[in-house]
Ligand binder design. Structure first.
Ligand code: BGC
Length: 337
């Protein structure tokens, strides 16, 4: 009887240990912390991440911080307590997310920064895009399409490393604008990268700046659409101003077909999502992770990085890349037909 009791006790201890280690019973359990899910760019990431995880038999536990960096830290703690094997993080704030890395390492859990770098931390990996190149492509496009005139620059949120990289890309290519005699009349970061903030900011610029605007270098699609709507309200005609964007969302395509944003810098989001999941599975299974051919300095260390290349999408190639490339269906794109 005593032996039976001891065996029972042992069983309970073993079961408790395993349920603490990993509550999902899957081979690999990944905590996916995302800063916010409101924009359609991130909806694409989530569906690709979930799709790839299902294919390779990994479990994803998704937490949306709703734009709140403190909430994201609390969510990280919750996932670590649950016993996840790794954290993939889209940082709500490039600086404070260092706390997530510290916390995870206390649990011996690796952290992969997804799309957005986490600064000043012992971050394990970065899977992202060449964001300086994103900025260069925007400026090159404007220089190729505007002979001379006035330009407004709307950067993303200053607490996001990507906004800073894109800005650096603009600076790298600025001489192209100067060559064309394009004057930058106003430049500013836009909080939270939102349509509303860009729309409001652009309206204010147009109310106070008397001369004609010929180009807006907006750093993502919501900012470009916000700028485009403000320009329309100030009497500009469809297609009159060259406007950039980023992410090649469905909203971008609709805006472009309506004479709003002229181009968007597209990025292979599916490759990013699949790459992140494949990496995590390799790390957890302690296999070779050879695809990390670059490093990005985060202020504390050179973080091993995989960076995918961006490309321009405009009216000349959107059907080929976005429809033939199976990102959107023809019906989603041409809603009026
Ligand atoms: C990403 C952009 C995105 C923006 C706002 C940035 O970190 O690089 O693709 O549009 O966040 O969500």
């Amino acid at each position: 009887m005593k032996r039976l009791l001891n065996l029972g006790l042992l069983l309970i201890i073993v079961l408790t240990f395993f349920s603490c280690k990993n509550q999902t019973g899957s081979d690999v359990t990944i905590g996916f912390l995302i800063h916010s899910t409101t924009s359609s760019r991130w909806q694409m990431d989530i569906s690709y991440v979930e799709e790839r995880a299902a294919e390779v038999g990994a479990t994803i536990i998704l937490k949306d911080a709703g734009g709140d960096e403190n909430m994201q830290l609390a969510q990280a703690n919750e996932l670590l307590e649950m016993g996840v094997d790794a954290l993939i993080v889209v940082a709500a704030n490039q600086n404070t997310a260092a706390g997530i890395v510290r916390e995870a390492h206390d649990y011996n859990v690796p952290v992969i920064a997804y799309d957005r770098l986490i600064k000043n931390s012992d971050l394990d990996y970065l899977v992202s895009f060449e964001y300086e190149r994103v900025g260069e492509l925007m400026v090159e496009y404007v220089a190729d399409n505007v002979e001379n005139g006035n330009c407004v620059i709307l950067w993303g949120d200053a607490s996001d490393a990507n906004a800073v990289f894109v800005k650096k890309g603009h600076e790298n290519a600025m001489n192209l604008l100067k060559k064309n005699n394009i004057k930058t009349v106003y430049k500013t970061f836009i909080e939270d990268w939102t349509y509303e903030n860009a729309y409001h900011q652009m309206n204010t610029i147009l109310d106070f700046y008397p001369e004609k605007i010929d180009a807006v270098i907006a750093c993502n699609d919501p900012l470009g659409i916000g700028a485009s709507d403000a320009l329309r309200e100030h009497g500009y005609k469809p297609g009159e101003v060259i406007i950039t964007g980023q992410d090649a969302t469905l909203e971008f395509v609709h805006s472009m077909l309506d004479g709003g944003i002229t181009m968007s810098v597209g990025k292979p989001i599916k490759e990013l999502a699949y790459g992140a999941i494949d990496l995590v599975v390799k790390i957890v299974k302690e296999e070779e992770t050879s695809s990390f051919d670059k490093t990005v300095n985060n202020g504390r260390k050179d973080v091993p990085a995989k960076l995918f290349s961006p490309y321009i999408i405009d009216e000349t190639n959107f059907e080929k890349i976005l429809i033939e490339g199976d990102v959107f269906t023809r019906d989603q794109v041409f809603i009026d037909n």
